[in-house]
Design a protein around this ligand. Structure first.
Ligand code: ADP
Length: 471
């Protein structure tokens, strides 16, 4: 049974509710004694934004396991395929691929209602010897920018909207068939369609209710503008909580689809002729519980702080793209006329601009970055957005005029067209190097270079179909 947990306001802003998730350690201990919970998942987040870790017997977790556990440090030095990528300074064969400490963040303990007798906790990654946070760990990278905002007097509040595709076949069947003849659950464009999305309720209702029972405040889900595509919205919260919820939501979607004998994909672009899947990022700063982005005397209701923040996002749009679109595939989503933006400009309520101001003239005034795909790592993406925006505030950057009309056709600042361009911009970013540290940027630049060199090396099905007979 899902507990009746609901957070009315962002968890960490409320003094009486410091827990972002829905289980205290004492409550967990009681549930373990009662035999309700028998398994605790200890989860770190890897470079790809995936949950990695161990399944603890709950009794062992409660009796001592909750202090810390450990795992091979290669988890922050592999690619999607778990290849031991050569060339990382922090983890390599020469250093023998040692361990990192996985330190449970007990404030994130929560139930996992869709798995029997299971709870989970997010872990931070610490150096085995010094017990300092590993600087290139995605959670540590985001925490650093959140702390920087806090030191400037701001709480960073964010939300991510996740899109994905839902298929009739299960994961193994599709993989075994090499992803040939994939059947979307809804066979047509079902944008906002109620009847179409009723066909998806076996998965979507279980997902909404499962997340709700895990202390994740789901707002809604809806059919999206392509066959089989869905979107799920979670209520905004502080940036770290939002990144945790995003990651858990993605994992939950896969698990719940799997349990229903179906499959999902969060690839940015799974098929050439299908729309891509996005992860738009809504962001606002708050100060002492009040929206720091609002100024009722401004024509758009935007404060000077918001204008500087948005100017920072635009000034650094190319540099942060690698964190919004981390793979070669991510750039195939940026197609004209398919709602994925190709221009880094701002506009009010205009979906062709990369940065859209939403909720103008209300307390909820915020900026929505529409550049990122569903394949982004939310910790890195949110950290990079914050770093860019805070730089805009620190340097009091002036906001350029609003753009209107169809941005696809406008000759204005384009976002990098591919990972090669984005990787160069990342590597050359003085702003990101100052905000995150040289070692962190070198690490993620290396990851991008590896993606590029792998795709340069590997022969694709498309090449075979094209050239086998006719080359
Ligand atoms: P739209 O559908 O127009 O993109 P929604 O009203 O569905 O916008 O809201 C999108 C997301 O924005 C939701 O996840 C919501 O919680 C979040 N959101 C609302 N207000 C704020 C805010 N002040 N700061 C950050 N995110 C917010």
């Amino acid at each position: 049974m899902a507990p009746k947990m609901w957070r009315q306001t962002p968890a960490r802003l409320k003094k009486d509710k410091p827990m972002p998730a829905n289980l205290t350690f004492d409550k967990l201990s009681a549930l373990v004694s009662e035999g309700v919970i028998d398994t605790v998942l200890t989860c770190i987040v890897d470079m790809q934004g995936r949950l990695m870790g161990k399944r603890f017997h709950a009794a062992h977790f409660v009796n001592g396991g909750h202090h810390e556990t450990h795992g091979c440090n290669y988890l922050l030095a592999v690619d999607m395929d778990m290849t031991t990528v050569p060339g990382y300074k922090s983890s390599n064969w020469a250093q023998g691929y040692g361990d990192y400490v996985h330190k449970p963040d007990l404030a994130t303990l929560r139930l996992v209602p869709w798995l029997p007798g299971t709870a989970m906790v997010m872990c931070d990654l610490l150096d085995h010897h010094t017990h300092e946070e590993v600087p290139h760990s995605p959670r540590a990278i985001l925490k650093r920018q959140v702390a920087r905002a806090k030191a400037m007097g701001y709480d960073a509040m964010m939300a991510t909207e996740l899109e994905f595709y839902l298929f009739e076949q299960n994961f193994d069947a599709l993989r075994d068939a090499r992803y040939d003849r994939m059947t979307p659950v809804v066979r047509y464009n079902n944008d906002y369609g109620i009847f179409g999305s009723t066909k998806e309720e076996e998965v979507m209702r279980a997902l909404r209710n499962g997340l709700y029972g895990a202390g994740i405040p789901v707002e809604n889900s809806k059919g999206e503008a392509e066959a089989g595509q869905e979107e799920i919205n979670i209520r905004y919260s502080d940036a770290l909580d939002t990144a945790d919820m995003h990651t858990i939501t993605k994992n939950a979607t896969k698990e719940i689809a799997h349990l229903a004998g179906k499959s999902v994909t969060f690839m940015a672009k799974y098929a050439t002729d299908r729309a891509g899947s996005s992860s738009h990022i809504h962001q606002s700063l708050w100060s002492n519980g009040k929206p720091a982005f609002m100024d009722e005397h401004d024509p758009h209701g935007m404060s000077a702080v918001m204008k500087h923040y948005l100017a920072g996002l635009l000034a650094h749009a190319s540099e942060v793209t690698c964190f919004l679109a981390p793979y070669i595939n991510s750039y195939k989503r940026f197609t004209v006329g398919m709602f994925a933006p190709t221009k880094a400009v701002w506009s009010t309520d205009n979906r062709t601009a990369g940065y859209r101001v939403c909720g103008a003239n209300t307390r909820a005034v915020r900026v929505e970055c529409r550049v990122g795909g569903a394949d982004l790592n939310p910790y890195l993406a949110l950290a990079a957005q914050l770093a860019a925006g805070l730089d805009g505030i620190e340097r009091k950057l002036e906001l350029e005029p609003e753009m209107s009309g169809d941005m696809y056709q406008a000759d204005v600042r384009a976002i990098p067209r591919n990972l090669r361009e984005a990787a160069v911009a990342l590597n050359e970013s003085a702003m990101l190097r100052a905000a995150m540290g040289d070692d962190v940027i070198d690490h993620y630049h290396h990851a991008a270079q590896w993606e590029i060199s792998e795709q340069d090396r590997v022969v694709m099905d498309w090449e075979l179909m094209r050239g086998f007979e006719r080359a």
